[in-house]
Design a protein around this ligand. Structure first.
Ligand SMILES: [Zn+2]
Length: 188
């Protein structure tokens, strides 16, 4: 891979959530940027139209379980069933079959990972924005996220209730930062 040409991978977890996901879509659209959304199946079930808007705008969708389960706290078979349930809703409501999976909290038992890897690629991240951390200011989130971002980075944000207030305070600045650096945004 030509590292000079390599862009950054923007990822948004936990949606789709009305008023948050559509805000993110609009900000990406303004700058012609693309992202990958790791969606919660139950949210797709509640807001299928918003899920379809993600795809219609040219972004990618990945599986983030149906109920945002913690792998360490969930029996293996129950966890795998929840992953399948998310795949099912993506296929039925959005018409997509995704090869991408990201475990909520980044937590998986070995047996869960082993089984998921037979059908999905497990995508973690290297830059955590901390946007869900209510103790962090928008300035701090922008500062650390931009400082650690580099070509090839997989950066994680959240489009969920907890980030509804903070996203408008740092995301436009961060997306401008990515544009100003001349980095392309790539989907997984
Ligand atoms: Zn999550």
């Amino acid at each position: 891979m030509d590292s000079v040409e390599e862009g950054v991978f923007l990822t948004f977890d936990d949606g789709p959530v009305p008023g948050v996901t559509d805000y993110v879509l609009n900000e990406l659209e303004k700058r012609g940027q693309k992202a990958t959304f790791f969606v919660v199946g139950d949210n797709v079930k509640k807001h299928p139209k918003l899920g379809r808007e993600i795809l219609a705008a040219g972004h990618k969708i990945g599986n983030h379980t149906f109920n945002h389960l913690n792998g360490w706290k969930t029996p293996v078979e129950e966890y795998l069933e929840n992953v399948r349930k998310c795949d099912e809703i993506l296929l039925n409501e959005l018409g997509v079959s995704t090869p991408l999976f990201r475990p909520p909290y980044g937590l998986l038992k070995k047996a869960q990972a082993k089984s998921i890897l037979t059908s999905h690629e497990i995508i973690m991240w290297d830059v955590l924005s901390g946007d869900y951390d209510l103790d962090l200011s928008a300035e701090k989130i922008f500062e650390k996220t931009s400082r650690f971002s580099a070509p090839g980075s997989i950066v994680v944000f959240h489009d969920q209730e907890k980030t509804r207030e903070i996203l408008p305070k740092f995301l436009p600045g961060y997306l401008d930062f990515v544009s100003d650096k001349g980095w392309k945004t790539e989907v997984l």
